[in-house]
Ligand binder design. Sequence first.
Ligand SMILES: Cc1ncc(C[n+]2csc(CCOP(=O)(O)OP(=O)(O)O)c2C)c(N)n1
Ligand SMILES: CC(=O)[C@@H](O)[C@H](O)COP(=O)(O)O
Ligand SMILES: [Mg+2]
Length: 628
Amino acid sequence: MNSLLESIDQPQNLKKLSLAQLEKLAGEIRGLLIHTIACNGGHLAPNLGVVELTLALHKTFNSPVDKIIWDVGHQSYVHKILTGRRSRFSTIRQWGGLSGFPKRCESEHDIFGTGHSSTSISSALGIALARDISGDRFHVIAVIGDGSLTGGLAYEALNHAGHLGTNLTVILNDNEMSIAKNVGAMSEYLAKMRTDPTYSRVKRDVEILLRRIPAIGDSVAKTVERVKDSLKYLVVPGVLFEELGFTYFGPIDGHNIGLLSDVLEKTKGVKGPVLVHVVTRKGKGYAPAERNADKFHGINPFCIETGEVKAKGNKPTYTQIFGQTIVELAEKNKDIVAITAAMPAGTGLKAFAAKFPERFFDVGIAEPHAITMAAGMAAMGKRPVVAVYSTFIQRGYDHIIHDVCLQKLPVVFALDRAGIVGEDGPTHQGVFDISCLRHIPNLAIMAPKDENELRHMLFTATMADGPVVIRYPRGAGIGVPVDEPLKRIPFGNAEEISQGADVVLLAFGAMVEPCLEASKEMSAKGIRAGVVNARFVKPLDAPMIRRLARDTGIIVTVEDNVLAGGFGSAVLEYINNQRLAWVKMLRLGLPDAFVEHGSRSQLLAEYGLDGAGIAKSVMSFLQQAGVR
Ligand SMILES: Cc1ncc(C[n+]2csc(CCOP(=O)(O)OP(=O)(O)O)c2C)c(N)n1
Ligand SMILES: CC(=O)[C@@H](O)[C@H](O)COP(=O)(O)O
Ligand SMILES: [Mg+2]
């Protein structure tokens, strides 16, 4: 049978396809998604769920004149395949290849860059308002998932859009899932709309009532016809959205291309904002992903036949060690509570949730709320641990300052995925947290050099009398044994791992290991490089830095954070404040540029932050400084 997919490289090619052909195309797209993601890893289940929706959108609307905006953007693969990027699809999420998220520089069809959730309605409203000001005429469509609708920003935008009344279509892709099962009162409301028979009864009653309205003159008759037509898709409980000023259509089967296209076509004629509630199945068409949508939300390379992830070694991840340790600590300390913003598995909190359900809170994709709620709990004597990815803590900046640190409340921030995360790319790299946080008074920042140190740091943090951040990287630890009992690490206490007469590498967290490799490599060339594990970005170990300044006088700081405002800057500020003017200093870290997607090891090498790269930079610095 001929492949339809090969003949489709622009969305206008879809317009002439019959329903049967579109359905065949949907099957071919699913095949391509499964085969590609099995090799590259990526967001499989979300994309399998939106195949028909994406086809219907591109069949009905005229991209890029009409603007389709994807919330989070992890479900934009089908959109990419249909908008001129099919032939490069095999490169998705790889170094130099297609991004796993919409990217304005990648295609004119990628209207707005995303990666973090709940931005689509705001950006779509902005685009719609710009259109209105310019007197242009095109459709603006935001596609947002039920999970992303738990984010506060989405409600701010709905509130504003409903008030303004400009033309805008919001597609709510409801699959009952965030990454994990979706949470919250809105999620329950959507579930009622999908399943409660009273709502269907109300819909039927309204239809009967309408049929009884006597037609008085042409215009009334036409109006009734139009309303009746719309009622095919209207369910009264959408009243919440209606009250916000939206015309509500739904719930609609999101895998029925004909129905979807029909409804989307109808939205074009509606004045003001419209919300189309589409019900889809996450993972649709691939049994392992349908059965386990959470695991297949974002998956590493896997075997198609079994759905098993290809083995990646047997060292425990930092996430696993965090998850085990927090359970251990909570067994002894009843005040410990754990909070996640929609990422119980990603942050390692599933075991905690199972063991202490009354002390576990999934707030939805609501990082700012998670932080302020934690502050409230801490004000009442609890010991909240907010487990969140480094990149998503950016959402909570003011909350950390205003609600936590200003009041010196003992909240622990467990920042997973700190540093370079890899294939998710610039929206997800955890490379700003130190610069974002280190200037906030009362806040301590630690980073473990290995998984064993993570355990002691977590214990230390839960005993502290103020807020503490612990940042650790994505993926496996070093594979060191863990020791008992857990012990408190004195605040601001660095660890001198090895001494070196020529130069000292002062690093923390995931950068300690490559510094040890670099030191070994340099030692083979006769350069004696010591390595110090700073452990704390704040407070710095001032006596240690003074000693290093005195003994060696050449300090190289190494960090997986941007250099601007990072750890090296902190050391430099200290050296300047102390007038240690003779110290020669080199700062290694990430430049003032966004770090693109690629594997973590590729990116570390690219930015000179692997052992070989560090050794190379240090040796060239020593040469320039006239030391070697
Ligand atoms: C601010 C922010 N926090 C957390 C995430 C991680 N995240 C990515 S997708 C997702 C779930 C989104 O659910 P939904 O919008 O319903 O999309 P689905 O995957 O179900 O299609 C989460 C929590 C994120 N991208 N942005
Ligand atoms: C789209 C998104 O934000 C998440 O799905 C993220 O990609 C998860 O990253 P991890 O794979 O590191 O958990
Ligand atoms: Mg969802």
